[in-house]
Design a protein around this ligand. Structure first.
Ligand code: BGC
Length: 763
């Protein structure tokens, strides 16, 4: 760090910290520091701060001679991402700090999406825990490992509401519900950032993505256009982004898609009017991968025009497109951007670095010793094992097939039983597969000396060998072998014949969900279904472990397989599965997406607006002139909020503290919950609200609160919720956030379909 800058900083340190609207720290000291620094920067150096590149071949080459190393020394790089090598990162930082003219540190980023080396379930699975402490803890652990390994900034949380399960990136978010999405968004921001944005030492900067509406891509096709009313944006899609901003997120990533005719990358209404003016966001905005370059495909002009528009709209950093670095100078000469536009973006990037404490200590992130101690340490692994077990959603358990006994002969079959790379799910960029147990290894350890284990792949993931190989190679994963279908089936069936119980591990390999993995058919892939049918014919107890990163269609399975559990990956998945399958832990996950009966029902979600002719969920008979399908029973197969455990629960009627509430008052709603089964277990008690008459049509029900409650067999407890005005408010036609007086239903239960209802009035 150069002397004047250090002096300016030291002087500033004595000044008090003021607070921006978003609660990100901002101060006279910071302003003074950044102003001083910027007064010494050339235009090229300013543009350099707006430029971000992936680490590329640096990991195998030397930082000094790599393209990013050279740019860092020239002061033409603000940020670099996805390098997994603490020593390389530190070496690169040395180049930026010691060899560039002004010594501005790099902002080192990574897609730490659901863990670093200790990998948690994919975010959709994490949300299925309905345990915000667990979600926060997972982000905290991810941040601790990432920070020790040199990462200061994660491109997470993804908070896009995803109603359409054909969209593979449903895996990366918290599902279909705005309230759940907001809780998870805030918990993740808290977990990642800790106190780091206030100059503290714990945490890394979060990046809320993808702003906005990426999950509403038409037809569930990734990168496709999203188009919807503003009313719907504000009421249904915006809340998680807003919650993340309110939780103090230091950065936001714009999305690939078009919103209202304008790509989000250059959408001023989104990036400035909503984000900064309405929500008070004062952090930095980065584009998604090369999306300034992709604006050409959207028909908005070439790189120069797109870069200028993106900057003008409120973008601060250009990920990979090289549009800011290579064209903004010319745009400045031509008058399409101003120096003030460039300065503003540069200031925001420098502020982020300042808040993270990089100017005080550029080597704050990345310490070989701490990295060795923390990365995939016992404590982190234990937390991941516990949280992974919490995420599994038990969908069916006929005749108490589960839990299994560790005795006799158990067959474990399916294409996912031997993988080490795919066990973590998609977006496990920093995974260390050699350290993880495959399912076969986990089961063998759990059953050692107690039961005989027989294992076979049994089938391919899908019939298309080319696609299986291509998705299998996602992010350097080891593709699951494409085998001779008949021989594999015969081997598995002979093992299943010999077994007392058959566990089938099937579904999606890691990169069958995540980015660029849209599907038109959500049923189990054909070869897996064929194997399952053959197993089912044996008439033995069968458990289907459905590995997924989205809602899938299990209608056939629900009719033919006695036990089904949804599994959402994780480095500790094998052990966590044994904990649950063999009964050491009772399942407690509940769905955060509606599971359809048929793919054609998508987008399917529970909190729909009431249609004039809706048919009740579960109605199988077709009726003319009603909102049902000719060829499917209506509603979800497994509704939002659904999940079983090894015990059962009974709910009393809902009691209200009053049948009236004033507009600034509260009402308490309570139920008595009883564990009516034989084992201790955890229930997720859910509270939904319905505004019965309003100035616009309101959803038939909306989740507004929930609690995880653990009860011993036979135990009862009163579970109370406070209904506050905020739980009743919505954006009206004028986009004002209002509470309208009138009647409300309050509904409590263990899923969004089976609820007890009481009614009160707001006056
Ligand atoms: C994804 C982002 C990700 C970025 C950087 C993009 O393709 O859409 O979610 O953060 O790549 O890896």
């Amino acid at each position: 760090m150069k002397k004047e800058v250090l002096m300016a900083m030291a002087a500033g340190l004595l000044l008090s910290v003021s607070v921006c609207a978003q609660r990100l720290p901002s101060s006279d000291e910071m302003n003074h520091f950044v102003t001083t620094l910027m007064s010494r920067m050339t235009l090229d150096e300013k543009l350099g701060q707006l430029h971000q590149l992936p680490g590329g071949n640096i990991v195998t080459g030397s930082p000094q001679t790599s393209p990013v190393g050279k740019l860092a020394m020239e002061g033409k790089l603000g940020s670099v991402f996805n390098i997994k090598d603490v020593e390389q990162i530190v070496a690169l930082q040395h180049l930026a700090v010691e060899k560039s003219r002004l010594g501005i540190p790099l902002l080192v980023a990574m897609d730490v999406i659901h863990g670093y080396e200790t990998v948690f379930p994919v975010p959709l699975g994490l949300s299925c825990t309905w345990d915000m402490e667990a979600v926060e803890r997972s982000a905290q652990i991810a941040a601790a490992e990432a920070a020790a390994n040199g990462v200061a900034w994660t491109f997470s949380p993804m908070v896009d509401i995803a109603l359409d399960s054909r969209w593979g990136r449903q895996a990366e978010g918290a599902g279909e519900d705005p309230y759940m999405g907001s809780q998870v968004a805030a918990a993740m921001v808290r977990g990642y950032q800790g106190n780091v944005m206030n100059g503290g030492k714990d945490g890394i900067m979060a990046c809320v993505k993808h702003f906005a509406l990426y999950g509403a891509a038409e037809a569930g096709l990734d990168y496709n256009t999203a188009d919807m009313s503003r009313l719907r944006m504000y009421n249904q899609y915006f809340p998680p982004y807003k919650a993340a901003v309110e939780a103090g997120a230091g950065s936001i990533m714009s999305s690939f898609n078009i919103v209202d005719g304008v790509p989000a990358t250059a959408n001023k209404w989104l990036l400035t009017d909503v984000l900064r003016r309405q929500w008070g966001f004062c952090g930095m905005v980065v584009t998604d991968y090369a999306s300034i370059g992709e604006m050409k495909n959207h028909g908005l002009g070439g790189l120069k025009e797109s870069a200028a528009q993106a900057l003008k709209a409120g973008t601060d950093m250009d990920m990979c497109a090289n549009g800011f670095l290579s064209t903004l100078k010319q745009s400045l000469d031509e008058g399409t951007v101003t120096m003030a536009d460039i300065d503003q973006a540069c200031r925001r990037v420098l502020e982020a670095k300042y808040r993270l404490g990089l100017f005080q200590n550029p080597y704050k992130f990345g310490d070989v010793k701490t990295a060795k101690k923390l990365t995939y340490c016992k404590e982190h692994r234990e937390a991941a094992r516990r949280i992974t077990a919490e995420s599994f959603v038990l969908l069916k358990n006929a005749n108490g097939v589960l839990p299994l006994k560790k005795q006799g002969t158990i067959a474990l079959i399916g294409p996912l039983i031997d993988t080490h790379t795919d066990i973590t799910g998609s977006w496990a960029v920093a995974q260390a597969p050699e350290k993880y147990k495959s399912l076969r290894e986990g089961f063998a350890e759990a059953l050692k000396g107690k039961a005989k284990l027989l294992c076979a792949q049994g089938c391919n993931l899908m019939d298309n060998a080319q696609t299986q190989r291509t998705v299998g190679k996602g992010h350097g994963n080891e593709p699951i072998p494409f085998v001779d279908a008949d021989a594999a089936l015969a081997e598995a069936i002979s093992m299943a014949r010999e077994a007392d119980v058959v566990v089938c591990a099937m579904g999606e390999c890691a990169w069958m969900n995540g980015e660029g993995t849209s599907r038109t058919d959500l049923e189990l892939y054909a070869p897996q279904r064929r194997l399952l049918e053959a197993v089912a014919e044996l008439g033995k107890p069968v458990v289907l472990l459905n590995f997924a990163g989205r809602a899938t269609v299990l209608t056939w399975e629900a009719a033919h397989i006695p036990a089904i559990m949804n599994v959402w990956y994780g480095s500790e998945c094998a052990d966590a599965l044994c904990d649950v399958l063999f009964g050491d832990v009772s399942p407690s996950g509940h769905l955060t997406v509606s599971m359809p009966r048929a793919t054609g029902q998508e987008p399917l979600y529970y909190n729909r607006l009431p249609s004039g002719r809706y048919v009740q969920d579960g109605e199988a008979d077709y009726k003319v002139f009603t909102g049902n399908y000719l060829d499917a029973t209506s509603g979800a197969l497994y509704p939002f909020g659904y999940g079983l455990t090894y015990s059962s629960f009974a709910y009393s009627d809902v009691r209200l503290s009053s049948s009236r509430m004033s507009a600034d008052g509260t009402v308490t709603a309570s139920v008595t919950l009883t564990n009516t089964g034989q084992r201790e277990a955890t229930e997720v008690v859910q509270l939904y609200i319905h505004d019965k008459v309003a100035s616009i049509s309101r959803p038939i029900k909306e989740l507004k609160d929930f609690q995880r409650v653990t009860l011993k067999a036979g135990e009862s407890r009163e579970v109370k919720f406070t209904v506050t005005p905020d739980k009743l408010k919505f954006y009206n036609y004028e986009l004002q956030y209002v509470l309208e007086p009138g009647e409300f239903d309050v509904m409590i239960g263990g899923n969004s379909r089976e609820l007890k209802t009481a009614t009160f009035r707001v006056e």
